[in-house]
Every structure is written in C-alpha cells, then in structure tokens.
Design a protein around this ligand. Structure first.
Ligand SMILES: Nc1ncnc2c1ncn2[C@@H]1O[C@H](COP(=O)(O)OP(=O)(O)OP(=O)(O)O)[C@@H](O)[C@H]1O
Length: 208
C-alpha cells in the first residue's frame, strides 16, 4: 500500500465531519471519493494529503507514519501533487512559466513530455485567460505532475468543466494511474465511475 489511513476522525470545533474512517490506496490505483455536498469528501482528501491534521487517527505513506515524516514541506513538494477545482494559475505568467515556477527541476524536455501527454503543448506560451477552462485544468495537472509525485490528490477537479472536458481529465487520470501514479479525487460527479478503479462513498462523515 502506498497510503493507509485508520480511524480517521475529524471535528471542526465541536462538529463531527469524519467519523472513524479507514482508507487505503495501492500504487497506481485511481480512487474516487464521492458523496453529497457536506458529506466530508474534502475533509478526507485534505487529511489524506497531509494538508489538514485529523483530530484522531493514523496515516501512513509507504508504511511510514505521517507524524514521523521529518520534512513535511518536502513531502508536499515532491511526493504528492495537488489539483483544485480552481486551477490557481498566475495570470501574469504564461502556462509554461506557471509550470516552471512550481518545478524543482526546470528540465524543459521533461516538461514538454508532460505538455504532450496532457494534450496542451500548443498553448504553453499563452496566458491563463487566453485558453479554455479545460485547458487551464490540464495545465494545473501538468503543474501537479512536474515534480513526479507518487500520488495526485484532486478536489473537484472537474467542478467547473462540461462533461466532454471532464471526460478528457478522467481519461488522463486513468492513463497516469496505469503508468503508476496513484490518483485520489473527491468529486460530486458520478460519471467518474466509468474511469476509476475504486469508488468510495462518504455519507455523513462515514464511508458507506
Ligand atoms: N473549515 C470548516 N469549519 C467548520 N466546518 C467545516 C469546515 N469545513 C467543512 N466543514 C463542515 O464539515 C462537514 C464536511 O465538509 P466537507 O467540506 O468535507 O464536505 P464535502 O463533501 O467536501 O462537501 P462539498 O462537496 O460541498 O465540498 C460539513 O458539515 C461542513 O459544513
């Protein structure tokens, strides 16, 4: 297992958002966390990705407890990648400059390969407001991949895309997972079941 979580419980002040959740992901697995609004998907994803500390529970990355990871900043920069509903690209920079900003290793050949893989090589010198929403989200995927993470976490990555663009993103996730990157996404979109290896449904803070 690349990621294991046990007994994850989370409270926001006194409100229970997650109740004793267990979760595991294998290398190269594409897992979708689905559920109604407010069910706890984002909270679970934030905890799994180390952005939020749970009130209770244990997390392990490649068998090592998160609490024992000495350099959590390096972990977030190198081992995992993040994609959000809003791409957070910087409007003053071209797509390529946005990617290079995030890249530890600025090797252009590797970055070009990612652009090709995500089908957006033609727009790399454009600015975010000159391209479509689907292209912006694919640029955010290139950025998430640039430091060769082992796991990609995506929170509502297709939340502002139409169904055609959503399918392109899911297909890309599927291809990435087949080449060994673990993909964990939170989404309302049940069409993801056509692509994901595993669907986890969250309801009222519990996995059902
Ligand atoms: N920062 C916060 N402070 C207080 N309560 C919160 C906070 N974030 C989430 N909650 C509450 O925790 C519960 C789970 O929220 P969460 O955002 O994880 O659900 P979700 O399934 O991702 O919802 P959505 O699909 O609408 O994003 C909800 O009851 C929500 O109101």
């Amino acid at each position: 297992m690349i990621l294991q979580a046990g007994g994850i419980t989370h409270y926001y002040k006194n409100d229970l958002a997650l109740d004793n959740v267990n979760f595991e992901a294998k290398k190269g697995e594409f897992i979708a966390i689905v559920g109604e609004s407010g069910s706890g998907k984002s909270t679970l994803l934030s905890i799994l990705s180390s952005l939020l500390l749970p009130s209770k529970g244990e997390l392990f990355f490649e068998g090592k407890a998160y609490t024992l990871i000495k350099d959590i900043d390096a972990f977030r920069q190198k081992e995992v990648g993040f994609i959000f509903q809003f791409h957070y690209l910087i409007g003053y920079l071209t797509i390529l400059e946005n990617i290079k900003l995030a890249a530890i290793n600025k090797n252009s050949t590797y970055i070009d390969t990612l652009f090709e893989q995500c089908g957006i090589e033609a727009i790399k010198h454009k600015y975010p407001d000159e391209i479509s929403g689907g292209q912006r989200q694919r640029a955010a995927i290139v950025r998430a991949l640039v430091n060769t993470p082992k796991i990609i976490f995506a929170d509502e990555p297709t939340g502002n895309l139409d169904s055609r663009n959503s399918q392109t993103i899911y297909k890309l996730f599927k291809t990435l997972s087949k080449s060994g990157t673990t993909i964990i996404i939170a989404t309302h979109d049940r069409h993801v079941s056509d692509y994901a290896d595993k669907i986890i449904e969250v309801k009222d803070g519990k996995i059902i």
